[in-house]
Write a protein that binds this ligand. Structure first.
Ligand code: THG
Length: 917
């Protein structure tokens, strides 16, 4: 029995063919060859339309296939990269796409089967090649009209489906959606593939191959590879990989990134090196072979071939390379929700709460409604941008208004967002009660978004249909606790509806449980109607039950609904939200639609106010509502008189505290407005500017850590404080510079960088400041710095040592990698290791052993200057190294113990967010 691709890929690395274009060039074909008889009278030039050769020079195409099979290719690609009506329209031959695809498969199939027959132990396969087309679905080709699109999702999907149906009918073994440069195009192609498989009844594995467009490793449409993985997560993917872009060497870091995260087989078919000044690829087969060998050695690939510039001479070298080598083992499936905009958002348990910005909602903001009505989209976009700046991890967009064409407005606004990288960074929640508006939104977003919402309101049939559709578009979903009887208001009803919806989604639709978000209805309390008094408690109780009993599912809600009765009194409203979240998050509410600009923290609420609010939210006394209204009235009266309001008092009181307290407060609350004046006041009180950082600013940051650990702050608020810290350090920087001894020689040269994969730099910046203060010359490479760049600069600048920083756990691996690379290249820069996730134990066990030069772990910024000084003098350096060796030996001896400790260390890290990377 001939083995299929799924069986063979388990056994060995499969070989894909090389470029079609490079091979065709060798035949020196002329315009007449491309035209043949069939297109003799077609207007315009046809030379260069390679896919046409399937009809006009089938002999050439088949010979090329044969050469690749002869070279050992297991899989050959049909010559159909551009065979869609969209790409062929440029040549006015779109009427021939069916014939091209049909002929292309027959040519490939025939020779592949011939080779299989010769040697049934090495079966050959045909991949139906599907290119990206020449149009992009998530960007505007018109600079003056960013909402414009040259092609729609529906047009693309239809064109792809037409091509794929023919490919499937003619018997390809797999569909290869390749050279993906826009994830929305790719999603349309995936959608089309599923439709085509349904229509033809032929199911084949789906292969995807992305091309990265810059050295940052993003697609042309701006997504990171991690974000792309989220975008296509819904598809039944066999393999994913990279092609084109660069040569094998330059592609490697991105392939590593992909292989580490993608739960699929991995493919790679790079170009033959980088193009020379003439745009030709001239890397030799030998050189490419060597670079591809690294992929194999590092266990990165399952399928490998070649793109631009490669020929059968390149592919012929692969067979010996892959012989007997174990293929890549796919990464585990994610056990959390993945969402994406341009970047990935992993909703992991460590993120205790994901806040979704509520302000781009025509029903929830008068201002937004007015701006959309007046078509002032720039200002409307500013609302979105402000929310992201304020820490919203997702933004909700709602255009449901009786006087608006919601569908059109949704499309326009989402298209506009796509061209604003600071906004498009985050995933979108498409909020509408009209299905056609949701569907229109889904067709605009390249990331993995959230549909808000579906429900059982109209019964099971329409619920299932909508859920299936959401799944096919590749989105997560909010399920409102509604059913045929209406809105669930008691805990029991909420639980009943959510459980029923969960079973339908998981059992009947096959929905990924991590992609389900229940909304048990946040309803207004203290309305004066007694039946409403227990609404918040019911929500919180239902939340606890859902999180315990419906594995994987999340809980969210529209938090501002809670306080509708207190419209006009924002302090009370925000305080109610803070109280509600404080209790609901403890019971497992892990997402919420909120105003991200809210500034009231649970801990800010004066005790008397807190008591009355908790009475209401937790329904602790029957007169709770009255008493809160009473309190709100007095606050309102104050507001309406010329006296400052209680809210203003609460907000301004801190300005009368000592300067140290003010600085601390500003940090904790993320208020940047008074930094200039407060820092100016603080400076004379300290010896050196850097002491202000090490004193009150640090204290503030430590307090943030405590609040976060206690669940009294959530991540975006922490991010806001971090941003304030950065601003404070930036204000102090010039003072620190001027305090350095003028003209004195530099004590030494230190290169600092936050390692690849990590964007945190507050700690690194503080270290830089402290060291600069001590007379060191700092070369700061910033964040996300790959090993290569660190090493190149260290050599070029002849630095005395390298400081590596990182806040997140994967940075530990990356630091080991940097050390390994330093060792490989025979270098001996001492390494300073610092950051929240680093530890002396990890340094002793993992980093120091791979590198012969000194590797020193520093637990905080204050240690750096001293250690650096020691490293610069031979005697003290020797003493330090001896001490390090003793310490590390001792730690390694304890490593049995360490294994136990790592668990608790990791646990500890989960609960603590140390800001000093
Ligand atoms: N669940 C889900 N989606 C939702 C909700 C929900 N989407 C909409 C809404 N509820 C959540 N969004 C908001 C947005 C704003 C307000 C309340 C909920 C709000 N706005 C001010 C008001 O009405 O007083 C308007 C202030 C202004 O005009 O600026 O309170 O529950 N899944």
């Amino acid at each position: 029995m001939k083995k299929n691709i799924q069986q063979l890929v388990l056994e060995r690395i499969l070989i894909l063919d090389g470029a079609m274009g490079t091979m065709i060039q060798q035949y020196n074909l002329q315009e007449e060859d491309f035209r043949g008889e069939r297109f003799a009278h077609t207007s315009g030039l046809l030379k260069g339309n390679n896919d046409l050769l399937c009809l006009t020079r089938p002999d050439v195409i088949q010979e090329i296939h044969r050469k690749y099979l002869e070279a050992g290719a297991d899989i050959i690609e049909t010559n159909t990269f551009s065979a869609t009506t969209i790409s062929m329209a440029d040549y006015q031959v779109e009427a021939s796409v069916d014939d091209i695809n049909r002929a292309a498969v027959r040519l490939a199939r025939e020779v592949a089967d011939e080779y299989t027959a010769q040697n049934p132990d090495k079966p050959r396969f045909v991949a139906g090649a599907v290119g990206p087309t020449n149009k992009t679905c998530s960007m505007s080709p018109d600079v003056n009209n960013p909402a414009y699109r040259a092609v729609s999702y529906d047009e693309l999907a239809a064109a792809y489906q037409q091509q794929m149906e023919v490919l499937l009918e003619e018997g390809v073994d797999t569909l290869l959606i390749e050279t993906i440069f826009d994830s929305l195009n790719a999603k349309a192609a995936i959608y089309a593939a599923e439709q085509a498989m349904k229509r033809t009844g032929v199911e084949v594995p789906l292969m995807l191959s992305v091309t990265v467009s810059d050295i940052g490793g993003r697609t042309l449409s701006g997504q990171t590879l991690d974000a792309f993985l989220a975008s296509v997560q819904h598809a039944p993917i066999f393999s994913i990989g990279l092609n084109c872009s660069f040569g094998a060497r330059q592609l490697k870091p991105f392939l590593q990134q992909l292989a580490a995260r993608a739960p699929y087989y991995i493919s790679a078919y790079p170009n033959a090196g980088l193009p020379n000044s003439l745009g030709q690829y001239d890397q030799s087969p030998e050189d490419m072979e060597q670079e591809m060998a690294e992929y194999i050695d590092e266990g990165l690939v399952n399928i490998m071939g070649g793109c631009c510039g490669t020929t059968d001479a390149y592919i012929a070298r692969y067979a010996a390379l892959v012989a007997g080598v174990p293929p890549h083992r796919p990464a585990a499936k994610p056990d959390c929700m993945w969402l994406s905009g341009l970047e990935l958002l992993e909703v992991k348990p460590e993120i205790n709460f994901v806040n979704i910005g509520e302000r781009c909602n025509v029903a929830g903001s008068r201002k937004f409604l007015r701006l959309v009505n007046e078509k002032k989209y720039d200002e409307a976009l500013s609302i979105a941008r402000a929310q992201v700046e304020d820490g919203a991890l997702i933004i909700d967009v709602n255009m449901d208004d009786g006087l608006l064409d919601a569908r059109e407005e949704m499309t326009t606004f989402l298209n506009l967002i796509a061209s604003e990288p600071e906004i498009a960074r985050v995933p979108v929640m498409i909020d509408s009660s009209k299905w056609e508006v949701i569907e229109a939104g889904l067709k605009c977003l390249q990331g993995k978004s959230i549909v808000n919402s579906i429900s059982l309101k109209e019964g099971e049939e329409s619920f299932l249909a909508h859920a299936r559709s959401v799944k096919q578009y590749g989105a997560a979903v909010v399920v409102m606790a509604f059913d045929e009887q209406g809105q669930a208001d008691t805990a029991a009803r909420k639980i009943e509806v959510c459980e029923r919806a969960y079973r339908l989604l998981v059992d009947r639709v096959g929905f990924n449980p991590h992609d389900i978000i229940f909304d048990p209805n946040v309803l207004a309390v203290a309305t004066g109607i007694e039946e409403h008094n227990n609404y918040a408690v019911d929500f919180i109780n239902a939340t606890a039950w859902i999180r315990k009993n419906l594995p994987g599912a999340h809980v969210s809600g529209g938090v501002s609904n809670l306080s509708f009765s207190f419209r006009g009194n924002n302090f009370i409203r925000e305080a109610m939200h803070a109280v509600f979240l404080y209790h609901a998050i403890q019971q497992g509410m892990d997402m919420g639609i909120v105003n991200p600009a809210t500034s009231v923290l649970y801990t800010d609420i004066p005790a008397d106010v807190l008591e009355r609010i908790e009475d209401v939210v937790l329904n602790r006394r029957s007169d709770g509502a009255e008493r809160l209204i009473e309190l709100a009235e007095t606050m309102k009266n104050q507001e309406s008189s010329s006296e400052p309001s209680a809210q203003q008092i609460a907000q301004q009181a801190w300005r009368t505290a000592s300067v140290q307290e003010r600085l601390k407060h500003a940090l904790v609350k993320g208020i940047g407005d008074f930094l200039e004046e407060d820092l100016a006041e603080a400076l004379p009180l300290y010896d050196k500017a850097v002491d202000v950082i090490e004193g009150p600013l640090m204290e503030g940051m430590n307090h943030v850590g405590e609040l976060f650990g206690a669940g009294k702050m959530f991540l975006p608020q922490v991010v806001k404080t971090a941003r304030t810290m950065k601003r404070a350090v930036a204000i102090l920087q010039p003072v620190i510079e001027s305090e350095k001894h003028e003209g004195s020689a530099s004590a030494g040269k230190v290169l600092v960088a936050t390692v690849k994969g990590d964007v945190h730099d507050i700690g690194k910046n503080i270290v830089s400041v402290v060291m600069a203060c001590n007379g060191y010359e700092i070369i700061d490479l910033g964040v996300m710095v790959p090993a290569d760049k660190i090493i190149e600069r260290a050599i070029a600048e002849k630095v005395d040592m390298i400081g590596l920083s990182g806040l997140i756990t994967p940075s530990l691996e990356e630091m080991v990698y940097v050390a390994t690379e330093l060792e490989k290249r025979g270098l001996d820069f001492p390494l300073l290791i610092g950051g929240a996730t680093t530890s002396k134990m990890h340094t002793a066990l993992k980093i120091a052993p791979v590198y012969h030069a000194p590797v020193v772990h520093l637990k905080d910024a204050s240690q750096n200057a001293g250690v650096a000084a020691q490293l610069l003098q031979p005697e003290s350096k020797a003493a330090l190294v001896a001490q390090l060796n003793r310490d590390y030996e001792e730690l390694r001896g304890k490593s049995g113990l360490y294994r136990r400790e790592t668990v608790s260390l990791e646990e500890a890290q989960k609960n603590k967010l140390n800001l000093f990377d």
